[in-house]
Design a protein around this ligand. Structure first.
Ligand SMILES: C[S@@+](CC[C@H](N)C(=O)[O-])C[C@H]1O[C@@H](n2cnc3c(N)ncnc32)[C@H](O)[C@@H]1O
Length: 222
């Protein structure tokens, strides 16, 4: 193995992301879930709604996909196994580490990035992407960061790109952390229409959970 050089070329100073108090609360809560074991949402099962888009009657042809809030990588790995070129982002380093292990164990290549889906410019994910997948990430993002999330996707979307998103509706879980208003706000179809100009909301299908949840499909204008 090569020995490390005696002196290192100084790397440019990267500006650390400045999270505000609400974002810090979200980060702490999520980190706690991943550090204390398997989070309740981490089923290891790819939802039928994504399977349908990838393998169903009107399946999309494989292209480039970006998963936002990929957790431990079940669905990024699934997409890569089905011929997609996949990049996937999560805020929590522990989740990204597990996602790397999952992709490696499956023998597929996924570009796994530790970072913020509302600050994609800080990551090397230029796109363009044909598919964005978000399983319960956006609905937990602080409200004041959601326009930045939408702009990041819009900027990286190929003409006609899809966004398949699962989200909780308003206040199904109450508000366990009072300074995180987003967790009570959830996500609605009206919000997505307003925050994603240049996209069409082409489908809203209720989820099967005991609280209000939705599968949203948006299509970027061609
Ligand atoms: C409810 S979990 C779902 C995880 C994964 N999609 C799954 O279904 O197993 C939400 C995920 O989004 C991630 N997340 C939340 N806010 C994020 C942000 N701003 N940028 C990137 N990831 C974020 C969390 O760390 C967490 O892994």
């Amino acid at each position: 193995m090569d020995r490390p050089p005696a002196t290192r070329t100084p790397t440019p100073d990267l500006t650390p992301t400045q999270r505000d108090p609400e974002e810090e609360s979200v980060h702490r809560a999520l980190e706690g879930y991943y550090r204390t074991g398997t989070p309740p949402w981490d089923t290891g099962v790819t939802p039928p709604e994504l399977v349908d888009l990838v393998e169903g009657h009107d399946a999309l042809p494989p292209g480039r996909a970006l998963e936002l809030g990929c957790g431990t990588g079940t669905n990024a790995t699934y997409l890569a196994r089905h011929g997609w070129e996949v990049a996937a982002v999560d805020l929590i380093d522990h989740a990204v580490d597990q996602a790397r292990e999952k992709a490696a164990a499956a023998g597929v290549t996924v570009r796994l990035l530790h970072g913020d889906a509302t600050r994609l410019d800080e990551l090397d994910v230029p796109g363009p992407f044909d598919l964005f997948f978000d399983l319960s990430c956006y609905c937990g993002i602080p409200l004041h960061r959601r326009d930045a999330y939408a702009a990041g996707l819009t900027h990286r979307a190929a003409p006609g790109a899809r966004l398949l998103m699962f989200g909780y509706g308003p206040e199904p879980l109450g508000n366990p952390i009072h300074d995180v208003t987003s967790w009570a706000a959830g996500v609605t179809a009206d919000e997505l229409r307003a925050r994603f100009p240049g996209w069409e909301l082409i489908d809203v299908t209720p989820g099967t959970n005991s609280v209000p949840t939705f599968w949203f499909t948006l299509r970027r204008d061609a």
